[in-house]
Ligand binder design. Structure first.
Ligand SMILES: [Fe+2]
Ligand SMILES: [Fe+2]
Length: 136
């Protein structure tokens, strides 16, 4: 019965793949918010967006699927918070990055290529915290 069907590893990786697409979109949207007042931060966000695209590609190689439409909810929410309260926005981003790292953890034995993605997510979390300390 579908209601009780256990999520397969592929389901999890596909969810992560969509998450990477959403994260790429979110960071690019965040860059637009800060590019006028904080061009260095915008550049930082765009660099992270590129890493999220690379993560998407790692997941895509595993799932064999192509996803094209980011779910914009998180990007809209975080970008709006970023305009008023950058500390809060970047704290949410940092927590999201650490959560993403945890969600990848169960899969690194089966897919060793995911380990570098996991480490990147931790770096992204630290990066968000460093941006708070340096700019906000
Ligand atoms: Fe990522
Ligand atoms: Fe990330």
């Amino acid at each position: 019965m579908a209601l009780f069907k256990k999520k397969t590893t592929m389901d999890h990786i596909l969810t992560a793949q969509q998450g990477e697409l959403d994260a790429e979109y979110m960071y690019n949207e965040m860059a637009k918010v800060v590019e006028k007042d904080y061009p260095e931060v915008a550049e930082n966000f765009r660099k992270v967006a590129k890493a999220e695209r690379a993560h998407y590609n790692v997941c895509a190689k595993i799932t064999g699927k192509t996803l094209t439409d980011p779910v914009p909810v998180k990007a809209i929410l975080v970008s709006n918070i970023l305009k008023r309260n950058p500390k809060l926005a970047l704290t949410l981003v940092a927590n999201g990055e650490y959560d993403a790292a945890s969600e990848y953890a169960p899969f690194i034995l089966e897919f060793p290529q995911i380990e570098s993605v996991l480490k990147d997510e931790i770096r992204h979390g630290n990066n968000a915290k460093e941006l708070i300390a340096k700019y906000f």
